[in-house]
Structures are given as C-alpha cells and as structure tokens.
Ligand binder design. Structure first.
Ligand code: UD1
Length: 430
C-alpha cells in the first residue's frame, strides 16, 4: 500500500502547473462515445478516475487510443455493449455519466447503481427523474439501472436540488432527443459549461450553460471534435491553500482565475495576498493567518470540494473559525485525523468549529476520501516534524503527480510503499 511521508515546515515557493479538470474530464470522456466519429480530447488529467473510466469505455467496445499523457482519442463506433460492469462503477461513481451518454446515443443503457460513498449518501434520483421526463423507462434490475426508450423527447425539467451530475447527465441524453429540453435549477459549475461546450463542438445545440436555465435543442447525431478540457479549479485551489498553510509564495499556472474567485476571496479574508494574472494566480502568505467563517454552496459559492483544505489551513490560523458543509452530510471525516496532528476541531452536525493552534505537529493519519486526503497532506506540509498519510489511493483518484508537483515547490514529501522506505526518509531528513 502506498503512502506519503512528509517532513513539514518548509514554506512552499515557486511555480506549479495545473492539469485539466478531473470532474469535467469524467463527463467529457463519457460524452465522447456519443458520436461514431473520432474525438480527440486534450488537457486530460492522468489520474486514477479518468483512467478507470477509459477502461470502462474500452470494455463496452469503444476504441481508446492514448496519444500521450494528456491526450486521448476515442471512437465510439465499435460499441457492442450498453451494459457497464460493476467493477468500474464501484471504483468511480462518475461512470453514471455513461447512463446519459448511452441512453442518448443508443436509447438504452444499463449501469450498476453507484454504491455508498464515504462523503455521505449520494442519491441519483434527479438523474433518473430527468431520463423519465425525456420519455425513457427507468428500472432497477439486479442492482443495475436499466433505462431505455423507443424515442427520447425533449421536456421541461425542474431539478429539485442543484446537482452537477444530474444537470450533465440530462444535458447529454437531451442532446440526442427530438425537440427542445429546458433544465431549470441547473448547476452552474465551470465543468457543466465545459461539457456543454464540448457537446456543442460535436454539433449539439445547448444554450445557457453557466446559468440556472439550460436550453437544449436535440439534434439527429453528433460528429467528430477536438477539445481541450478546462483547468482543474480544485487542484488549483488545493495548491493555493497549501501555499497559505505553509506561509509560502506560489504561482499557480494554467488556471482560469474567474473559476477560483470563491477560494481567492477566502484566502484574502484570512490575510493572504492573491495576485491574479491572465491564466495564473500567485498566493503570498506572509505572517499569521486570521480566522474566518465559510459555508459550502453550489457554484459560484465556496466549493464543497475545497472544504477540507480550508479547514486544514484554518487549523493553523489565529482565532475561531466555523466551517459549514451544506452539500454532503459526512464530509468531516478528516477532523479526527487533524486532531491527531494537534488541531483543535470540533464537529457538530454539519458544522466544524476550529480554534486555530498556530502550529500542527506531524502524526500518522489516514485519508478517508480524495479531498480529505489532500487536506491531510496540506496539514502535514505545514506541521512540525514527520507526517505519514495512509490510503493515498484516494488522493491518486484526482491529483496528477501530486508529490512531484509539491517537491517542485520545495516540499519534502515522498511516496513510499514500505516501512523501510519511511525509515530511509526519516534518516535523510533528520
Ligand atoms: C459532483 C462532483 C463532486 C462535487 C459535487 C458538488 C463530479 C464527478 N463530482 O458530484 O466532486 O463534490 O459535484 O459540487 O463531478 N443529490 C440528490 N439527488 C440527485 C443528485 C444529487 O439528492 O439525483 C444531492 C447530493 O446528495 C448532494 C447534492 O445533491 O447533496 C449535490 O450533488 P451533485 O451536485 O449531484 O454532486 P455530484 O454530481 O455527485
């Protein structure tokens, strides 16, 4: 089992290049099978989640050709099977995007129900409500969602809650329905816009992505495209908080600063200087950080995927902060691990109350999910002494070359797979 071993205390300094957005990539790779022509995707992050989805796409018969680390060609003309194996869905929930993609193209999809996830219960009733509204039947058979239709017809759909996944899944299926679809109370996240732009580049007719009303005029079929995925706002934000927590000075490159506004605003509130350039942001954290309050919200609010990272940073600030999670009910699993590093953090319901302690101390901790894992790495980089983060398989789901990029900023972090390697690291850094 791989782990990270970190010697904390070095302020991060230098430049880091951000990869393509994982969450946009997952939807775009699924949508790429919706044409029989070849699609070239660029700026694809080379992370576990996208690699598993590519395997799933290959498994149903599509041709997947890796051009290089960040480029892939997909051809969906050879798909023979609309039934996705449980093996994939249990590894990545987002293989549910194959439901919308296959239903749109073949009017039939069979995808196992995504299992429980460790950030709380994550129903997909809104996705299914959307498919039904488009005229598809939806049944659960032997643990799988089976959805099919003679013909998909455009519809007026009002989502009961703002859901990124449901918005994208419905957008994909509706692109190949007959007539017009309107999605109200749609998610406005940058990756919803990116997926809409990608579908449009394949000939779809989607308007309004980025607002809460998306209008789709169905088309007969989609065609080939070449498309570059937007930068990952969560990876960027993670490095921004790593700079803050270590009192560093980091230029985060290949970003869209507009997508980072909620994160930037919080960093400024806690006493960092953030300079925005065309496609980069520089975070300078000199001296003490101050407390703040933050509540996660759908975009353009503060992202739930950046909640653990700000909490780890606030654990090192002066004063009492309140972090409220309003999207997922079980997203404070890292709190006990941070406490083991000396943080003063108390969770009550969907709120964490954090009394900043200035300096954390290294400990052996375990990642419970992707972003919690990133937060523990941030804490380890800021802490005094050695931190070992177990279960980094979660972190590898969404961060490309995480430890390599951090080392480039002066961090002492290594990926190890045995106790012996941990000892070697200890000797080297002591
Ligand atoms: C996506 C992101 C995830 C991010 C989340 C919120 C991907 C692959 N994942 O997840 O990283 O944390 O958006 O920004 O892009 N809900 C329902 N019924 C549904 C759908 C959602 O009740 O049918 C609820 C969820 O339980 C949650 C809220 O709606 O409380 C938002 O979920 P949603 O936006 O759908 O998250 P995901 O698309 O799964």
């Amino acid at each position: 089992m791989e782990r990270y071993v970190i010697k904390g205390g070095n302020p991060l300094a230098g430049e880091v290049e951000i990869a393509g957005a994982k969450n946009a990539a997952l939807a775009i790779l699924a949508a790429a099978i919706m044409t029989d022509e070849t699609v070239l995707i660029e700026n694809m992050p080379d992370v576990r989640d996208t690699n598993v989805l590519l395997e799933a796409i290959q498994e149903i018969g599509a041709i997947v050709e890796r051009v290089d680390k960040s480029r892939v060609k997909i051809n969906g003309s050879t798909i023979t099977n609309v039934s996705v194996d449980y093996e994939f869905i249990k590894k990545i929930r987002a293989s549910y995007y194959l439901l919308g993609a296959l239903l749109g193209k073949y009017k039939h999809a069979e995808v196992p129900l995504p299992g429980g996830c460790n950030i709380g219960s994550r129903p997909i009733d809104q996705h299914l409500k959307g498919f039904r509204a488009l005229g598809a039947s939806v049944e659960i058979r032997h643990g799988a969602i089976v959805t099919q239709a003679e013909k998909l017809r455009g519809s007026h759909i009002f989502l009961d809650m703002v859901s990124v996944g449901a918005t994208i899944n419905i957008m994909m299926a509706a692109s190949l329905a007959s007539g017009r679809t309107i999605i109200e109370n749609a998610a406005r996240e940058p990756h919803v816009v990116d997926v809409a732009n990608f579908l449009n580049s394949m000939g779809a007719n989607i308007k309004g992505a980025g607002t809460d009303v998306i209008r789709i005029k169905g088309v007969e079929k989609l065609h080939k495209a070449e498309y570059s995925i937007i930068p990952d706002q969560i990876e960027a934000g993670t490095f921004m908080f790593a700079a803050a927590a270590t009192r560093g000075d980091v230029l985060v490159k290949n970003v869209i600063p507009k997508h980072l506004e909620a994160t930037t605003a919080k960093l400024e509130e806690i006493g960092c200087e953030v300079k925005e350039f065309d496609d980069s942001v520089r975070v300078i954290a000199a001296g003490n950080l101050r407390r703040t309050h933050v509540k996660t919200l759908p975009y353009p609010g503060y992202p739930t995927d950046m909640q653990p990272q700000i909490a780890a940073t606030l654990a090192t600030a002066t004063g009492t902060s309140i972090v409220t999670e309003s999207i997922f009910e079980n997203r404070f699993k890292y709190a006990d691990e941070l406490s083991r590093m000396g943080a003063n953090i108390k969770v009550e319901g969907n709120t964490a109350i954090i009394d900043g302690v200035g300096r954390l101390t290294g400990a052996r901790v375990s990642a419970s999910d992707l972003r919690a894992g990133a937060a523990l790495v941030i804490a380890g980089l800021a802490a005094e002494g050695i931190t070992i983060v177990d279960d980094i398989v979660y972190i590898q789901r969404g961060y490309e070359d995480f430890e390599v990029k951090l080392r480039g900023l002066g961090a002492e972090i290594e990926k190890v797979s045995s106790e012996k390697e941990i000892q070697k690291f200890r000797l080297r850094v002591s």
